[in-house]
Write a new protein. Structure first.
Length: 235
């Protein structure tokens, strides 16, 4: 590596820095802490504009034919406006974030410790603000992970502060040890193929068995069809 260093006369001079290669991990993979937010898609699209009448016609133009087929769309009820909005959130969240994280967890679990989460706390976004109605949308967890709620003058609740304290400790423990668990925290079980556990990060924090939403299951089936095999087959 040869970055340039400014000399006394203001000229840049090359200097070689030798970086030692990392020590061998002998084939082991690092532990993983991965997950998604329950309403990721609320930060990507104005769901108030989704209705029963425009649910299908309002799908992104780049969606391929299989994602517009009656078989695929049957996983997303949209007979009423409320159902249409809920289904669009499920579809977009699964497509953009949730399926990827679930796939990552399944592929890594046989090789390394995996701690999987589903963040479902809804911050008190002020009405009329850019984040109004975002719920547990994309990046909403960051206020809690870093325990910096007071960066925003919002009406934070005791449950928000309790969750922020726990999440900051989970993440700190994981960085230090590769395991988020620690004294005084709700136990966070590992995600495995035999027992796909997920930590629900909300009020309350609780361990649960991960069951894919209809949207995640539909995306999974679509990708399996495209691959011609289930995820991880032949690994």
């Amino acid at each position: 590596m040869s970055p340039r260093r400014r000399g006394k006369a203001g000229n840049w001079k090359a200097r070689t820095i030798r970086i030692a290669p990392p020590k061998s991990t002998r084939g082991r993979l690092a532990a993983q802490l991965i997950g998604f937010n329950a309403e990721e898609a609320r930060a990507f699209e104005d769901m108030d504009q989704v209705t029963a009448a425009n649910f299908v016609t309002g799908l992104p133009a780049w969606f391929p034919a299989p994602m517009r087929s009656p078989t695929f769309l049957a996983a997303f009820p949209h007979a009423t406006d409320a159902k249409a909005r809920h289904s669009r959130i499920d579809l977009e969240t699964a497509l953009r974030c949730a399926w990827d994280m679930w796939a990552w967890a399944r592929l890594q679990a046989p090789r390394a410790p995996v701690y999987f989460y589903d963040f479902d706390q809804q911050p008190p976004f002020p009405p009329g603000s850019p984040q109004a109605n975002w719920g547990a949308g994309h990046f909403a967890e960051l206020w809690y992970v870093f325990d910096h709620l007071d960066q925003e003058p919002w009406p934070w609740r005791p449950s928000d502060r309790r969750l922020a304290g726990r999440m900051a400790r989970y993440w700190t423990n994981f960085v230090k040890t590769g395991d988020p668990n620690g004294p005084g925290l709700p136990p966070w079980p590992r995600f495995t193929e035999a027992a796909p556990r997920v930590q629900r990060l909300g009020d309350p924090v609780r361990a649960d068995v991960f069951t894919p939403t209809p949207g995640i299951a539909a995306i999974d089936a679509l990708y399996a069809q495209a691959r011609g095999a289930p995820l991880g087959a032949g690994r």
